[in-house]
Design a protein around this ligand. Structure first.
Ligand code: MG
Length: 324
């Protein structure tokens, strides 16, 4: 592969429609538009309608800020899964249409794989132990012998989902995990259930107890306690995995990896255990198109691709279900 390869990636697994452009591993643009539900979780149909509505404009913004014309794009990629069926379909259909129109190859990308690979790139850490924390996912992973292995994961809901549900129960109009740190400031610890099973985690008991505690304690105390408890659970499972695998570095990625308290805890853990710690800038921890373009280019150079018409979405696709 020469330096001709410009890859355009489309993200649409959940609330964000993103279009990013990458050239030989360098991000040229990363334009996104996020659907923000009020007083409810993500309604699949509404997310899909949002993505279809903004796609043209986000595409144009991405091409303009990269200084690239559609004809110069050599490869199209899209997030195949895991994600919500109907918003995923919008990204896939748009990517297929562009690939056919431009007569260029298309490749589907697993969403967590993209988060992990861009975090590896920016951290410079090779063969890390990975903490992937987002709305729908909470996993501890390693890459080994051409596959990803999930060493531990949530047995029920993702940690981001826990935060969003809790904030909605607290009657905040636009409930999102990014609000937690502001609300928790100056909070005092209230005991909440802590559930780690080896390297696996369970958050539903914690969710129920935290929502119940809202009626008995100030919001800032419960929020502070929820964050401390849930992050400590992740750190315990992660540290156990670190001792088992003896990896020399840790990376974090996914939407919840933006949390400053989590970064602080990971930094302390890494210092105490004598390993490296890093990740990507926050714009790549949020859902975004650039990481899909980055991972699309990586996979294409590694294994090529199949005909455009054979690519479809896989809403339940697990990262450990395919060779890489
Ligand atoms: Mg994500």
């Amino acid at each position: 592969m020469g330096d001709w390869l410009i890859c355009l990636g489309i993200e649409s697994t959940a609330h964000t429609l993103g279009v990013g452009i990458v050239k030989n591993g360098n991000v040229l643009s990363n334009e996104n538009d996020t659907y923000k539900p009020k007083n409810e979780g993500i309604v699949p149909r509404k997310a899909a309608d949002h993505h279809a509505e903004v796609f043209g404009e986000v595409l144009k913004r991405s091409l303009d800020s990269a200084g690239v014309s559609l004809d110069e794009v050599g490869l199209f990629s899209f997030a195949q899964g895991p994600g919500i069926g109907s918003p995923l379909q919008v990204g896939c259909t748009a990517a297929r249409a562009l690939a056919i129109k431009c007569e260029k190859p298309l490749i589907g990308v697993n969403h967590p794989y993209a988060h992990i690979k861009i975090a590896e790139e920016y951290s410079g850490i090779k063969n890390p132990l990975i903490l992937y924390v987002s709305g729908g996912n909470t996993q501890i992973l390693i890459e080994e012998k051409g596959r990803f292995r999930v060493l531990g994961e949530t047995l029920d809901i993702g940690i981001g989902n826990l935060y969003d549900t809790f904030l909605r129960a607290a009657k905040l109009e636009y409930a999102h995990g990014s609000m937690l740190e502001e609300i928790a400031k100056g909070g005092k610890y209230v005991p909440l259930p802590y559930t780690v099973k080896g390297t696996n985690l369970s958050f539903t008991g914690l969710q129920t107890a935290a929502i119940r505690a809202l009626g008995e304690h100030p919001l800032k105390d419960v929020t502070y306690s929820l964050v401390e408890t849930s992050l400590s659970m992740c750190l315990e499972a992660l540290e156990r995995s670190l001792f088992l695998t003896k990896r020399k570095g840790i990376i974090s990625c996914g939407g919840v990896a933006q949390n400053k308290r989590l970064k602080e805890m990971l930094k302390t853990l890494a210092e105490e255990d004598g390993v490296q710690y890093g990740g990507a800038p926050d714009e790549f921890n949020r859902d975004n198109g650039a990481m899909i373009a980055y991972a699309g280019e990586l996979l294409y150079k590694k294994r090529g691709t199949k005909p455009v018409k054979e690519w479809k979405t896989e809403p339940n696709q697990r990262i450990d279900s395919f060779a890489i």
